[in-house]
Design a protein around this ligand. Structure first.
Ligand code: F6P
Length: 320
């Protein structure tokens, strides 16, 4: 039976991470398992930035965005020596197992530690929704709502000026934030890595919206890392009668109080992580499929491909 676990958040922060820390801490304490919070991701193990958590340590954090434990990316965490040092430090603190909250980089660290004898459970904490073994990641819903609020405001002003707003959203190499934001804000066009980008086709579609559909304004939701939003907006100004404007939403998408959906998701997942560790299971990551909280071996999860979203793209195009 495990006596002591650690919890950490790693990679880009996401709203709902605090709700997950709270659930892990309180579920573990309720089962008589001690909890240590590790600051700044895997780096906090190496730096021994580790503190004992009590029930009070997680009071009032559910509503807060970001992560009270801090987060960091540590690329060296792949090196055998660094990993072994982490294992030695965890042994020194008598930490038997870990809950690691983050994206796929975090999962790789969790898998490596598990292979070295420290059972780890990964929780999907990222706004990108780019983890294949779960329908939703913790933070995606909140980021989506932040994007929609911004796009609704942009729509007000762009409709007053016969403008086309190109709104760049995050997602890393996953188009889910763009796709869901585009559908829920009634955008005229959604550009994602999955569906690809052909500049001429985009300009043609905007000419159609302008000349044939006589739209007063248009919104394009563009996934990051595909093309430059400002250049696209200026081409739209040149090739259509819309005046193109670009907005890069940036890190505002990662902040803010988590939505009820993310709080409940994080709470359920945090509790599941403790249940798995208490049953001596490691090297697993938690997901939600339908409304069920499930677990997959991390190695398997990292190899899975995301389900196609083509039907959602098609649905959007039919309704524009
Ligand atoms: O993975 C989360 C994410 O916000 C991505 O959407 C984005 O590409 C990246 O992190 C930004 O990273 P950073 O905060 O290091 O600029």
């Amino acid at each position: 039976m495990i006596k002591r676990i650690g919890v950490l958040t790693s990679g880009g922060d996401s709203p709902g991470m605090n709700a997950a820390i709270r659930a892990v801490t309180r579920s573990a304490l309720a089962q008589g398992i001690e909890v240590y919070g590790i600051h700044d991701g895997y780096k906090g193990i190496i730096d021994e930035n580790i503190e004992k958590m009590e029930s009070r340590s997680v009071s009032d954090i559910m509503v807060r965005g970001g992560t009270i434990l801090g987060s960091a990316r540590l690329p060296e965490f792949r090196d055998r020596e660094v990993l072994q040092r982490a294992v030695d430090i965890l042994h020194k603190y008598e930490i038997d197992a870990l809950v690691t909250i983050g994206g796929d980089g975090t999962y790789r660290g969790a898998l490596a530690l598990t292979q070295l004898g420290i059972n780890c459970i990964g929780l999907p904490g990222t706004i990108d929704n780019d983890i294949a073994c779960t329908d939703y990641t913790i933070g995606f819903d909140t980021a989506l709502n932040t994007i929609i609020q911004a796009v609704d405001k942009l729509r007000d002003t762009s409709s007053s000026h016969h403008r086309c707003s190109v709104v760049e959203v995050m997602g890393n190499h996953c188009g889910d934030l763009a796709l869901y934001a585009g559908i829920s804000s009634g955008a005229e066009l959604i550009i994602t890595p999955e569906e690809g980008y052909v500049e001429q086709e985009v300009l043609e579609k905007m000419r159609l919206m302008d000349e044939k559909r006589k739209k007063r304004h248009a919104i394009i939701i563009l996934s990051e890392k595909i093309t430059d939003a400002e250049i696209l907006a200026s081409k739209i100004s040149k090739h259509t009668s819309f005046s193109g404007r670009s907005t890069v939403l940036g890190h505002v998408q990662r902040g803010g109080s988590p939505t009820a959906f993310d709080r409940v998701l994080a709470t359920r997942m945090g509790d599941k992580a403790v249940e798995l560790l208490a049953n001596d299971q490691g090297g697993q990551c938690v997901g939600i499929i339908g409304n069920d909280i499930v677990a997959f071996p991390i190695a398997e999860a990292l190899d899975m491909s995301k389900k196609s979203r083509k039907y959602l793209h098609d649905l959007h195009e039919r309704l524009v």
